[in-house]
Ligand binder design. Structure first.
Ligand SMILES: *[C@@H]1O[C@H](CO)[C@@H](O)[C@H](O)[C@H]1NC(C)=O
Ligand SMILES: *[C@@H]1O[C@H](CO)[C@@H](O)[C@H](O)[C@H]1NC(C)=O
Ligand SMILES: *[C@@H]1O[C@H](CO)[C@@H](O)[C@H](O)[C@H]1NC(C)=O
Ligand SMILES: *[C@@H]1O[C@H](CO)[C@@H](O)[C@H](O)[C@H]1NC(C)=O
Ligand SMILES: *[C@@H]1O[C@H](CO)[C@@H](O)[C@H](O)[C@H]1NC(C)=O
Ligand SMILES: *[C@@H]1O[C@H](CO)[C@@H](O)[C@H](O)[C@H]1NC(C)=O
Ligand SMILES: *[C@@H]1O[C@H](CO)[C@@H](O)[C@H](O)[C@H]1NC(C)=O
Ligand SMILES: *[C@@H]1O[C@H](CO)[C@@H](O)[C@H](O)[C@H]1NC(C)=O
Ligand SMILES: *[C@@H]1O[C@H](CO)[C@@H](O)[C@H](O)[C@H]1NC(C)=O
Length: 558
């Protein structure tokens, strides 16, 4: 580990990062009690108890308990730590659990990580990335046991919905901090959060409801507008159904759409490099994809019929309903590589139709073909579990000195990238008239060519890695990697950027995203490029290697 310096001159057993010494000092701690249940039990309220503890030596694997179907990967190569699972009864009809990794080499800080989709399970892999920095790291199962696309647990279970909406996260944060403080016999210096997708929503919910919980947050691709996102998911799926209809675009044609979008939109941002930097500025001419008279179904030729072009129009435009009401933004140009997930099945995604079935209580027999705008109105009225993170007045969080960094990939095919822009604009519209400045505490970064939370399409190869939530877990071996290997500094690592902003007041004016030749192996750095606080955009300076971040600058779009 070449980025560590063993600083024997100053203090024994203290590891210091060369690049950001102040941020990442870890100190070998002596705990106040052993890594066994009794020591922890003494610090828990009566509705909570220790499920188990595990005392792990350096370089071990945390074997995920069988039954954690949402996050089954066992993180490897962990530092010496005490692992704890706590079970908490949250109401007469609900309970949640959380996992806590307490590292022996501790950085005096706390990190909570988030979940994905409707997954009910402890996210051990993101906790592993956190503990590798030296954080006491926590994740909650949100109060149920299920995979990401399964919402059946929510049927007529308002208390479980509430745990999922916000309660399990907040109460886990409170208890985990209490246990960490007792174990180390020491106050935490700072508390952080990192999550993507539902994890992004959970972070925003914390900022809105419990501004005291965290000092700094990283919230990616936030699924913040649950009542609209889930129902738009049905609407979007229906655009391309049934599969027998003339207007159906078979998934085999998605790559043809992707190729044409790239052909038209890549250069419109000023540089032809395979990466669409500014999809909103591309005036896409879909009719370029029209088939000629000899081809009725363009599966082989890679062209579309007029009926299929109409479907494409629906997909690529906002969902607007009665009285010109804006309901949800469209999938962005360049997101086609992930269309399989929501548009490629013989039915809409269960992330969509299971929401009215089980969260709104319509039942398993409700058919998505019966979807209409009144369902959206019902959802807004009920907001089951209080999931919507739509309290845009973030001034209490701003006032206490909190810092929030959100981001989303423009090639996101699961949550339209425009939805995080909607959130950012709503916050501006709420705070600017009140005289609260947004830029000093909240910045939003769009990531050209990045898919949902992680990754980039193979024919785009955009720099996408900046140690956002879920990202380190894609590198191998899982759990052993954190930060940006080779670039462990606030210029390249968004979590370190949030820490530097929180602890030293240095706001991130850009973050350098990285693409390796083989991302999984993080072998040879191929491209690095700046991502910028919205509405700024990275612009090529006009000369020099386009794969070097120095040759890009953040310029105002508007
Ligand atoms: C803790 O909760 C998990 C998940 O619900 C459950 O499987 C386990 O049996 C519980 N353990 C204890 C000791 O209550
Ligand atoms: C950690 O464990 C793995 C296998 O479990 C081994 O290959 C590796 O050499 C170990 N690393 C260190 C630093 O001990
Ligand atoms: C979660 O549910 C699955 C069945 O869907 C079961 O096999 C597993 O044991 C459950 N896990 C826990 C922790 O209860
Ligand atoms: C188009 O042709 C392919 C291949 O022959 C077939 O699988 C598909 O169902 C057809 N689609 C339509 C909409 O007719
Ligand atoms: C649309 O507007 C009209 C006139 O204001 C109103 O009566 C009607 O209820 C609205 N429709 C919906 C679905 O909101
Ligand atoms: C749901 O549909 C099934 C099969 O059509 C039927 O047997 C069942 O009674 C229905 N359930 C409800 C609650 O309507
Ligand atoms: C709209 O959908 C709801 C739920 O499926 C249904 O009860 C209602 O009858 C529908 N309204 C119209 C006008 O079709
Ligand atoms: C990256 O390396 C892994 C492990 O060797 C391999 O399985 C994978 O196919 C490689 N990916 C690419 C894009 O070459
Ligand atoms: C591009 O980056 C290289 C390497 O840092 C640098 O030498 C060169 O001056 C840069 N070009 C511009 C236009 O900034």
């Amino acid at each position: 580990m070449d980025f560590f310096r063993y600083d024997s001159m100053r203090q024994r057993n203290t590891k210091v990062f060369l690049t950001s010494a102040l941020l990442l000092t870890t100190t070998t701690t002596t705990s106040a009690f052993d890594c066994t249940p009794p020591g922890f039990e003494a610090h828990l309220p009566s509705n909570a108890r220790i499920a188990y503890t595990r005392d792990l030596p350096s370089n071990s694997t945390f074997h995920v308990p069988t039954g954690d179907i949402a996050y089954p990967t066992s993180p490897q190569g962990l530092p010496a730590l005490c692992a704890v699972q706590v079970n908490v009864t949250s109401s007469p009809s609900s309970a949640f659990s959380f996992g806590l990794f307490l590292p022996q080499d501790w950085n005096d800080r706390f990190l909570a990580v988030g979940n994905g989709g409707f997954a009910g399970g402890i996210n051990w892999l993101d906790m592993a990335a956190g503990v590798q920095y030296g954080f006491a790291s926590m994740s909650t199962d949100t109060g149920h046991n299920s995979t990401s696309g399964d919402i059946s647990w929510a049927y007529h279970e308002p208390e479980k919905q509430t745990d999922f909406g916000y309660r399990a996260m907040h109460e886990s944060v409170v208890l985990a901090k209490r246990l960490a403080k007792a174990y180390y016999d020491c106050e935490m210096k700072y508390s952080y959060y990192s999550g993507c997708s539902t994890g992004g929503r959970q972070g925003l919910k914390e900022v809105q409801m419990f501004p005291e919980d965290f000092d700094g947050l990283l919230a990616g691709a936030p699924a913040w507008w649950t009542s609209h996102l889930q129902l738009w998911t049905i609407k979007a799926g229906l655009y391309n159904l049934p599969t027998t209809a003339e207007h159906h675009i078979p998934p085999s044609l998605f790559p043809a759409v992707e190729k044409e979008v790239l052909r038209q939109c890549d250069a419109q941002d000023g540089l032809k490099d395979g990466i669409i930097s500014d999809p909103a500025r591309c005036d896409f001419f879909a009719e370029a994809l029209l088939c000629g008279p000899d081809i009725k179904n363009g599966t082989k030729a890679g062209c579309l019929t007029p009926a299929q072009i109409s479907t494409l129009y629906n997909i690529q435009n906002n969902y607007v309903d009665a009285n010109q009401t804006f309901v949800f933004p469209h999938l962005e140009l360049g997101s086609e590589s992930q269309w399989d997930v929501l548009l490629g099945l013989p039915e809409p995604s269960p992330l969509g139709y299971e929401y009215p079935q089980y969260m709104l209580g319509f039942g398993a027999n409700w058919s998505f073909y019966d979807f209409n705008y009144s369902v959206v109105q019902d959802a807004d009225r009920l907001d089951p579990g209080n999931c919507n993170a739509d309290d845009f007045d973030l001034s209490p969080f701003a006032k206490k000195g909190g810092k929030l960094l959100t981001y989303q990939g423009y090639a996101d095919g699961l949550i339209p990238s425009g939805s995080s822009i909607v959130f950012y604009k709503e916050v501006l519209k709420t705070l600017k008239p009140k005289g609260v400045k947004v830029d000093p505490f909240f910045r939003h970064f769009m990531v050209p060519g990045m898919q949902h939370c992680t990754g980039t399409p193979p024919d785009v190869n955009a720099p996408w890695y900046f140690a956002g939530a879920n990202q380190a877990g894609t590198l191998t071996p899982p759990g052993s990697v954190h930060s940006v290997p080779g670039f462990q500094d606030p210029q390249h690592d968004a979590l370190l950027a949030v820490m530097q902003w929180t602890e030293h007041g240095i706001a991130p004016d850009s973050i350098v995203a990285t693409k390796w030749r083989n991302d999984t192996l993080y072998d040879e750095v191929w491209k690095q490029r700046k991502i910028c606080p919205y509405p700024k955009q990275a612009r090529y300076k006009g000369s020099g290697d386009t794969d070097l971040s120095e040759n890009w600058s953040c310029e105002p779009l508007y």
